[in-house]
Design a protein around this ligand. Structure first.
Ligand code: UD1
Ligand code: CA
Length: 461
């Protein structure tokens, strides 16, 4: 338990998200490959002296399981909202766990792109014994609660979109869903909540007018960073959030010296580090955990997932690389598939329509055309010819193929594992290798070619 905690952070995540029309609870839908609630948790982790409370209800066990898996070091006080009677009712469920001397910071689990900086502004304002509310102005405020100010410009209440009259609905300033206030103020306002509105729910937003009524001051802080307060209620909101999130990430990499040919056409998911002077072409998807060294070039339409790409390697277009290590200055593709457990050393070359799985290729080894290299260890400078297949699976077990250094495997060979080929061996084209091959030898297995003189091809009658 964090004994220094003086901020009680409350994350609302009990709703199902009906408007998503999904079996998956809304806060578990991904943006940038990470659940919405995970983004909110990350923003909360950027604050000092916090204790985190999460309100769960619909699919509570799935939400809990996700949080425990994705944030194993996070200490969470869970609160259960068995029936979803509104956002105010949700906060009420956490109230018994809050410290009345603390500041409460309320976050929506469905507003993922919030930044710690904005939250700190709320916390600082609330510390002056006020209710601090984050607002923004939108060209299209549809669906959001409207901020109603008095003639002096002070916030007096929030009216939900569906409860607005025409003039209120014309208001462009909206409630972002983020607020901070002293726990004591929250507690007395919540005790007066009613549900006389269109949805018959207990709205957290009514806390504003209740706080005013009990003589507390309310400060609206208007941010112009609209993307940081985008809420997700529908699939199209989700897509919008994704777009803004990707732009934000692309900008961070570009600022750090990475060239991105078109920042609107790359996708990053999870933790990805990229060193300067890399270049990413369009339709690149990079999923973490991935580390990319300097001067790496990734061609169009490539997917890199859970991998390390060392300095100077070049990924030609249309490659898929998963849970693999690609050594410095290696060249892959176009159209290469590198599957989990593959370790390619420096200067390896993997060409088009080559699949590598759970194999090591030592420095300078090459497989340039149309091959399957699975469960194999291939020595330095060895050349795997076009169409070579390692037959690693006997229907029940996988076996390894071990090939030494500087071996030449001719085109269209099958290597039936388990089999070992010694250094400097040569395997003639078309050979089926079923027994071990000694170093410095030539192995060849071919039926002798015959020619039939005067052979006539059949013709159509
Ligand atoms: C809410 C605000 C609205 C604001 C908008 C910003 C209210 C009444 N309205 O509307 O003013 O403009 O967010 O994005 O607060 N939840 C619960 N329990 C419930 C109901 C909701 O935990 O009983 C959670 C949901 O899981 C969600 C969050 O609270 O994470 C917001 O709920 P949602 O229904 O999306 O509210 P909005 O209609 O977006
Ligand atoms: Ca919402």
């Amino acid at each position: 338990m964090n004994s220094a905690a003086n901020i009680d952070v409350i994350i609302l995540a009990a709703g199902q998200g009906t408007r998503m029309k999904s079996a998956l609870t809304k806060v578990l839908h991904p943006v940038g490959g990470q659940a919405l609630i995970s983004h909110v948790i990350e923003a909360a982790k950027g604050l000092a002296n916090t204790k985190i409370h999460i309100i769960v209800g619909q699919n509570a066990s799935a939400v809990k399981k996700h949080v425990l898996n994705a944030h194993p070091d996070l200490e969470v006080n869970w609160a259960m909202q068995a029936e979803q009677l509104g956002t105010g009712h949700a906060v009420l469920q956490a109230l018994p766990n809050l410290d009345t001397a603390n500041t409460a910071l309320i976050l929506c689990g469905d507003v993922p792109l919030i930044k710690s900086g904005e939250l700190n502004k709320l916390i600082e304002t609330a510390a002056l014994n006020q209710l601090a509310l984050l607002t923004t102005e939108l060209d299209d405020p549809t669906g959001y609660g409207r901020i109603i100010r008095d003639t002096e410009g002070n916030v007096c209440k929030i009216v939900e979109h569906r409860d607005c009259d025409d003039s209120q609905r014309a208001t462009r300033e909206i409630n972002t869903g983020f607020m901070a206030l002293p726990v004591s103020m929250l507690s007395s306002a919540l005790s007066k909540l009613e549900n006389n509105n269109d949805q018959q729910e207990y709205y957290l937003t009514d806390v504003i007018k209740l706080a005013k009524a009990q003589g507390d001051s309310v400060t609206g802080i208007c941010t112009n960073d609209f993307s940081s307060v985008l809420g997700v209620n529908s699939r199209s909101d989700l897509a919008q959030c994704e777009k803004h999130y990707q732009m934000r990430r692309a900008q961070t990499y570009m600022d750090a010296g990475v060239s991105i040919i078109d920042p609107a056409r790359v996708t990053f998911r999870g933790s990805v580090s990229i060193e300067p002077d890399c270049s990413l072409d369009i339709n690149t998807i990079i999923e973490g955990p991935t580390c990319i060294g300097s001067n790496v070039v990734i061609g169009a339409n490539s997917i890199v997932r859970g991998s390390v790409l060392a300095d100077g390697c070049r990924i030609e277009p249309n490659c898929v690389i998963e849970d693999a290590h690609v050594g410095a200055s290696a060249v892959l593709g176009p159209f290469a598939r590198i599957r989990p457990g593959s370790k390619l050393s420096e200067n390896v070359r993997i060409g088009n329509f080559v699949e590598v799985k759970n194999s090591t290729l030592a420095a300078g080894a090459k497989a340039n055309h149309l091959s399957y290299v699975g469960d194999s260890d291939i020595g330095a400078s060895t050349n795997i010819g076009a169409g070579v297949i390692t037959c690693n699976y006997d229907g029940a077990y996988k076996h390894r193929t071990v090939i030494g250094e500087n071996v030449f495997v001719g085109s269209d060979c099958q290597l039936v594992a388990p089999v070992t080929i010694g250094n400097n061996a040569t395997i003639g084209a078309g050979t089926t290798v079923t027994t071990d091959v000694e170093a410095d030898t030539l192995s060849i297995s071919r039926t002798k070619q015959k020619s039939v003189q005067g052979w006539k091809r059949p013709t159509k009658k």
